[in-house]
Design a protein around this ligand. Sequence first.
Ligand code: NPW
Ligand code: ADP
Ligand code: K
Length: 509
Amino acid sequence: MEYLADSHTMKTVDNCSIQEFKIPSVVLMERAALGVSVFLKGLITREKSNKCIKTVCVCGSGNNGADGLAVARQLNENGINVSVVIAGTSEGTEEYRLQKNIVSNLGIECVEYNGNIDFSEYDYIVDAMFGIGLSRNIEGRYAQIAEAVNEAGEKGSVVVAVDIASGINADNGQIMGVAVKADYTVTFGYKKTGIMFYPGATYSGSVEVVNAGFVPENVLHNKVDGFGRTFTYTDDDIDRLVVRTSDSNKGTYGRTLIIAGSKDMGGAAVLSASAAYRSGTGLVKILTHEANKTPLLVRMPECLIATYQDNKPLAAELKKDFAWAKSIAAGPGLSMNEVAAEITRSVIEINDKVRILDADALNIIAAEKIDFRGNAEGNIIVTPHLMEMSRLIGKSVSDIKKNLVQCAKEFAKEHQCICVLKDARTVVTDGTNVYINSTGNDGMSTGGSGDVLTGLTAGFTAMGIDAFEAACLAVYVHGKAGDIAALNRGKAGMTASDIANAVADAIKR
Ligand SMILES: NC(=O)C1=CN([C@@H]2O[C@H](COP(=O)(O)OP(=O)(O)OC[C@H]3O[C@@H](n4cnc5c(N)ncnc54)[C@H](OP(=O)(O)O)[C@@H]3O)[C@@H](O)[C@H]2O)[C@@H](O)CC1
Ligand SMILES: Nc1ncnc2c1ncn2[C@@H]1O[C@H](COP(=O)(O)OP(=O)(O)O)[C@@H](O)[C@H]1O
Ligand SMILES: [K+]
């Protein structure tokens, strides 16, 4: 697990370290700058050519600019050719004035940006215009500099961003007018949430987190409200999955019911059910329209199948299958007819099982304005993509995309549920804790990928993993399976079936 921080949390970590624990600001800054200069020195040392490397630090007048000035001093100390371009227009922070004074005293070349600098004459450009203090869109001289740096980047200069690429909103990854496109970002303490989300993720390039000497995590947990509540997973977290034991039987690993597939959309049931089996679940039953029974059994002989018919009473059949299952997923390919609506309402009414509501179950909830609430014994996990979320909350897709965390949190709080808001960077939240996913790729933008995630989530919850953790793990494993499928098949040619099959490799231990 890796903790992430938005700008507010990070500023509170700064303040806590400086004001409460009396670590001088310049001490933190020296460590932070050293992270950048050591990283840069590493890049320069790996250069094959013998030419004289030229570097430039482009500095704003806040503490991000002060970091840039400290980096310039440290590079100079290491015999690296460095100059400074002053992008800032104001007198600057106390730290900025201090660092600028030292740089002048040392005689390091330091010029005001005058519109005539060709940044492409530098091999390395350190972007230290704005960090987590960016508070509005970039305009005027700053925008000109960002564009000039990007032009140089296109011509081959390597751009290293200090803390975050200037112009990227540190919270949601959106571009504030214009942004510097970095090849690398050296970020301090914790990866900023804006580095996780697109387009920030693309503008950050490859990201290195360095310890800037803030107070330790055990202290931050107590002192900084919200610290540690936003996080991402790494491969180590796969160890959180259920460990199999030699003396087990299929009953040990849970039973899940997947309600999917209408008359015209049987394939969704296959995708969800195969992912549920690949997740390690003991037994998977599909409840589907009777038209799908024979093809499903041919495709998936390991599945149990229950069927429903149009216009036949359903309640007794549903009750039996609900009682059998430890977790229930409903929605993939279900369609939006009256039977599907009856099924959705029945699933919502059960309150002692974990339920996963996806696709058409969510569309029915939106269309019929069905209210629902999860509870401690019977949590509900909803897995909308942006369009489904838009139908549920009546906001536009672009508004939701800019505020993924906030929208998902509000929804989770209102419905006391777990919200998995699916996008290129999926967010999972119970209203308080926020998981931001980093696995997956654009090869997964293919029909049926979401059905695979539903099946995985159903499988993990059936095995008894806590619902929030199961949802986070499912999203992580789903993306990892997508990455494996892309490696094997290529992003263009991979299908949702490839993702479902790759789940086996993704969780292999
Ligand atoms: N000791 C510490 O605290 C440590 C801090 N660290 C470093 O400090 C960074 C945060 O520094 P920061 O808080 O000074 O903010 P920063 O990102 O430099 O920008 C603020 C400046 O930009 C200005 N400004 C904002 N938006 C603007 C716009 N659109 N267009 C024009 N101007 C704009 C704003 O002006 P104002 O809004 O006041 O007019 C202000 O002058 C952090 O990312 C990390 O790198 C590390 O060294 C670790 C220790
Ligand atoms: N560019 C991408 N990068 C990472 N993951 C992606 C990308 N595009 C799609 N995905 C993932 O694929 C899944 C698509 O789900 P969804 O839109 O519900 O598909 P479907 O309705 O076809 O089953 C989501 O889990 C989403 O996060
Ligand atoms: K920066």
